[in-house]
Design a protein around this ligand. Structure first.
Ligand SMILES: NC(=O)c1ccc[n+]([C@@H]2O[C@H](COP(=O)([O-])OP(=O)(O)OC[C@H]3O[C@@H](n4cnc5c(N)ncnc54)[C@H](O)[C@@H]3O)[C@@H](O)[C@H]2O)c1
Length: 287
């Protein structure tokens, strides 16, 4: 096969930049889509300035990426930001000072931007396919969720909501017959706390070194979800998980599943007391 091609959004720094480096070391060519330029330009990469919350900019980036690589095998939808508004800390407690329209960029970047990315990646991954019903080649998508997509993080509710939304999106789309038929596999990686420039100020100071997740754990998650080393092998796309959620936490890779539907709706029963499963005492915020 010709050189495998990946797109990494938010690939200029942090987790995205580490993934770009990893992919290049495995022989991939990579398009970096970001609002910032990467500090170092690696051979085998193409930077396209892109705000993922803009449909026009993402669509144009995918077009350029496809023109450059002539195929698309893997897409990491990784760009993300934390909260841009606060509800309770900005209350005026004054009838004459109603709230201003809140900033909802977190939803535009994290949810809408990722949705646009899945829509566009699915298109470009399937343009080389055969006729309808006989698809190949397809490709793999990994969405960057977060520990805050699995557990609430009270300090960053917009972020928590957006990452929960992404887990729902991946679970719904990735398990759908249409995605399987199109030969596109979608999964989510949920990093715990990784030392990157994207962390809220002061968060690292609250943690012990043993509570920080090394980047190598997150790269193992990407490898597990998308078999990045095996691209080009027969049935590469068809192999591996679909619609799954994998947390990378310190040294551990932990699969997370939706609640079992069977325990719901038992006649007249309350499944558990509200709040019973909430952790008591100090809570570490997931970023
Ligand atoms: N670092 C952590 O502990 C952690 C934990 C869980 C999840 N995550 C998630 O991992 C992803 C990467 O975060 P990171 O920690 O590497 O942070 P980071 O700030 O180092 O990287 C984020 C990148 O996204 C880019 N970006 C921001 N807005 C963008 C937009 N509108 N369009 C395109 N690019 C945009 C930034 O320029 C930056 O290069 C994010 O989705 C984040 O929510 C991080």
């Amino acid at each position: 096969m010709t050189c495998p091609i990946a797109i990494v959004t938010g690939g200029a720094s942090g987790i995205g930049a580490a993934l770009v480096e990893h992919l290049v070391s495995l022989g991939w060519n990579v398009v970096i889509a970001d609002i910032h330029k990467p500090k170092h330009s690696l051979p085998g990469t193409l930077f396209v300035h892109t705000d993922v919350s803009s449909w026009e900019q993402q669509a144009d980036m995918f077009k350029q990426a496809y023109a450059w690589g002539k195929r698309l095998d893997f897409c990491a939808l990784n760009a993300g930001i934390d909260d841009r508004d606060d509800i309770f800390n900005t209350l005026s407690y004054d009838m004459h000072k109603p709230p201003k329209k809140p900033n909802t960029d977190t939803f535009s970047v994290n949810i809408t931007g990722t949705y646009y990315g899945i829509k566009l990646a699915a298109h470009y991954m399937t343009v080389l396919s055969g006729a309808a019903g006989k698809p190949k080649p397809g490709g793999k998508i990994v969405v960057t969720g977060s520990g805050a997509g699995l557990f609430p993080s009270p300090a960053i509710p917009q972020y928590t909501a957006s990452k929960h939304a992404l887990i729902g999106l991946v679970r719904a789309l990735g398990k759908s017959e249409a995605a399987v038929e199109a030969n596109v596999r979608i999964n989510a990686v949920c990093p715990a706390i990784v030392d990157t420039g994207g962390l809220p100020l002061g968060l690292l100071d609250k943690l012990l070194p043993g509570q920080i997740t090394p980047m190598s754990t997150i790269l193992r998650c990407f490898d597990t979800l998308a078999d990045l080393r095996d691209v080009g092998k027969e049935d590469w796309v068809e192999r591996g998980p679909a619609g799954e959620t994998l947390e990378g936490n310190v040294q551990d890779l932990i699969w997370h599943y939706p609640p079992d539907k069977k325990v719901h709706g038992e006649k007249g029963k309350t499944s558990r007391e509200p709040g019973a499963s909430q952790p008591k005492g100090e809570q570490i915020d997931f970023w």
